[in-house]
Unconditional design. Structure first.
Length: 134
């Protein structure tokens, strides 16, 4: 699985270089899979979308690269500045550490693209933003 993350990150970076303003959300509506032909070089195919083995789609494991691929580099810059603003005057308490952990995890395992996870994590960040100003 670690090798899959390396190859998917390479594919994501190539897509970002080809489309610095983003490719759009067409990828997300298809189950958030990316086309990755690197696995054919190992003599086997892997397809997360179908079990026939004919396709070469895989789940991207990095939220930051995935957001940049879909929405572009300007949106990534906005996300980075938004996170800096959120954390710059935050109280250091368990909620802050939880938010740091979620952001760290998003770099290795996609979290916010799944509705079940986004519904759970986004309110936590909202509570942190409210508590920052209290």
């Amino acid at each position: 699985k670690l090798q899959a993350r390396l190859w998917t990150n390479i594919v994501l970076v190539k897509d970002i270089i080809q489309n610095p303003l983003g490719k759009g959300f067409d990828n997300s509506f298809k189950g958030n899979m990316i086309f990755c032909d690197m696995f054919t070089k190992w003599g086997r195919t892997f397809n997360a979308l179908d079990t026939t083995g004919k396709g070469l789609y895989i789940y991207p494991h990095n939220d930051y690269l995935n957001i940049t691929r879909d929405l572009g580099i300007p949106i990534l810059i906005c996300v980075i500045f938004g996170l800096i603003t959120l954390f710059e005057k935050a109280k250091f308490e368990p909620l802050t550490y939880l938010c740091f952990a979620v952001l760290l995890m998003a770099g290795f395992q996609t979290t916010f693209y799944e509705v079940k996870n986004a519904v759970m994590f986004i309110p936590i960040f909202g509570i942190m933003a409210i508590r920052k100003n209290v």
